[in-house]
Ligand binder design. Sequence first.
Ligand SMILES: [Fe+2]
Length: 151
Amino acid sequence: MWIIILIKQNYMAIHFEWTEDISVGNEIIDGQHKRLLDQINKIFDEIFSGVDHEKVKEAIQFLDKYIQEHFTYEETYMTNINYPHLIEHKNLHHEFIQKYYKFKEDFNTGINKETLLLEIESYIGLWWVNHIAKEDKRYQLYLIDSNKKIK
Ligand SMILES: [Fe+2]
């Protein structure tokens, strides 16, 4: 995982980049994680380069829908592999959704850019980095371990 700090003409942006070390061993889920991080970068860029509000709103809504679809997919996957920490993991997803709603609300009420920046960074970007690298990695390790036991 790479966190890249870009200094542009009038603002500073952090970019999240997917790297092999945070792979969860499932191509579809890895692809979804990449897309999520790309989309977070895009929102970051759009907010801070000052493009029109509607475009940012669309990007935020897209991410909202995409996250829900991703969580559903991942939860089904964890159910299928009999992951023992499914409930715990589902709770983390639920907590994130709540944070995302708060972010959406703040955006819609026109909160200042600096606060939005912090929210994207900590609530959204860093949450994902941490979640993929730690929590999602756990079900991969579980699967590797249980496959070893079968053999
Ligand atoms: Fe997850």
